[in-house]
Ligand binder design. Structure first.
Ligand SMILES: [Zn+2]
Length: 467
């Protein structure tokens, strides 16, 4: 079916001057606000009429199958029943139209052909393309700001509670604990401003809740995997489960109940939190202390516990950076000369010796907490190099992945004025993880969901004066 559609615009150009900008802005407005919704309504009602014409009267199984409708009875015979109004929110504003309900004369069952044809859910009031933009917008600004932004672009008011509901319900945030061929597992947690009643706030002032590692009990816990090709795969986000429970969940998702369980990755990377090392330790063959966290957390130990000044702290931080930096070769391991691999082993040996010297130096300067902190981390700082030497695959830039990921999560969750329910914070974290660590998968999910497969074609055919 092919038709040409005309959009009529009344342009009135007075003799007075006006700006180029006004011309652009007014024209854009008229297309956005009226032109596009009108064209879509026109096409919808054209399709509706067409579908109903072909479906009234006696119908066969085949004729109904073309629009995914099962025959209602043995002798379907449809007549027009009622013309029903419908409004659907979209990124170009509210689209208002009517669609026809057909009713079977023989069994009295009824349906809306256009709804079946377009696969519109029964009670949906918005397009999925609007939902995608809303989820993306809400993943980097507050719900209140998102609502304002969406209202601005869509041209009709969209409340923050509506966006919140969409974000909570979207399937696009789905993550999978079951993974194959992981090299690395990364785990991290962060506190977040949780919504509390006044009574809860009072209670917390009296007995602050901290765990054995002196971290807040209410945490968003995140785990993700990195495969052979360096691809980051978000696996899970938790708010109620502790690390040992998470470890069990991952194990259960990845192992056949009748087989002996074995590690699912070479390396577990964490910030050294005891609960993570214990709870998730069995998931990987060895553990790696996250180098980014080591230097990031150093400040609070050295400055606040050992009362060192800024300059001293920065000096130690730089020293650590310098010692830890052992770059892995870019080529695959089987292409690297034995000599170079031996050099790498020597580098690790030297780095660990330098770490010992640093610890000794810190003790001499009376920075005992910092010395213990560095000493505890030492044994797990270079396992990424060892894994590479042993297997040839290891995560070269794991620290930067964690750094980027945690920064994005904290930016969103700890925005001023935000407070979260545990469920709300977890769902938002999932969306952030998917968007920022694995944006291809995010886009693929949506292009599958929106079914953009080129079956609908519309082309611009020119503009000219009608009179
Ligand atoms: Zn029937």
């Amino acid at each position: 079916m092919k038709r040409r559609i005309a959009v009529f615009l009344d342009a009135d150009i007075k003799k007075e001057t006006f700006s180029f900008d006004e011309l652009v802005i007014r024209t854009k407005e008229v297309f956005d606000k009226n032109g596009m919704p009108a064209v879509i309504t026109l096409i919808l009602e054209w399709m509706d009429g067409d579908l109903c014409d072909s479906l009234t009267g006696v119908q066969t199984k085949e004729s109904l199958a073309s629009i995914n409708v099962k025959p209602c009875c043995k002798t379907p015979y449809f007549v027009r029943s009622s013309r029903e109004p419908r409004r659907i929110d979209s990124t170009i504003g509210k689209i208002k139209f009517h669609w026809m309900r057909l009713k079977c004369k023989n069994c009295k069952e009824s349906f809306i052909p256009l709804r079946q044809f377009l696969n519109v859910k029964l009670y949906t009031s918005h397009t999925l393309e609007l939902e995608k933009i809303a989820c993306e917008t809400a993943s980097h600004q507050s719900y209140r700001r998102s609502a304002k932004h969406m209202t601005d672009i869509g041209g009709n008011p969209l409340g923050k509670s509506k966006i919140h509901t969409w974000v909570q319900k979207t399937d696009s945030a789905h993550l999978k604990l079951e993974q194959k061929e992981l090299v690395t597992i990364v785990a991290d947690g962060t506190g977040y401003p949780r919504f509390k009643t006044n009574a809860q706030k009072e209670d917390e002032k009296k007995n602050p809740k901290r765990d054995a590692d002196n971290r807040p009990l209410e945490q968003i816990r995140v785990i993700l995997g990195i495969d052979k090709h360096g691809k980051t795969i978000p696996m899970g986000v938790f708010n109620e489960e502790k690390w040992n429970e998470i470890g069990r969940l991952v194990k259960r998702a990845n192992h056949h109940p009748k087989l002996k369980s074995k590690p699912i990755a070479e390396l577990l990377v964490s910030d050294g939190e005891l609960a993570i090392e214990r709870g998730l330790g069995k998931l990987a063959k060895t553990q790696q202390r996250c180098q980014w966290h080591l230097t990031y957390d150093l400040k609070s130990v050295m400055k606040y516990q050992d009362e060192a000044n800024n300059e001293e702290t920065r000096k130690v931080k730089d020293q650590l950076h310098e010692i830890m930096r052992i770059p892995l070769p870019n080529e695959p391991r089987d292409k690297v000369k034995t000599e170079e691999i031996l050099n790498l082993e020597v580098s690790v040996f030297n780095a660990e010796r330098q770490m010992n010297a640093l610890v000794k130096d810190l003790k001499e300067k009376q920075y005992f907490q910092t010395a213990t902190y560095v000493e505890n981390a030492k044994a797990k700082l270079f396992n990424y190099v060892r894994v590479w030497i042993r297997t040839g695959d290891a995560p070269p830039k794991v620290s930067s992945i964690i750094e980027r990921m945690m920064r994005e999560i904290k930016l969103r969750l700890k925005r001023i004025g935000c407070n979260w329910s545990p469920k709300g914070a977890a769902q938002m974290t999932k969306i952030i993880l998917k968007r920022f660590t694995n944006s291809n998968e995010w886009e693929k999910y949506w292009s599958d969901t929106l079914k953009l497969d080129g079956k609908m074609k519309i082309e611009f055919a020119g503009a000219q004066f009608v009179n």
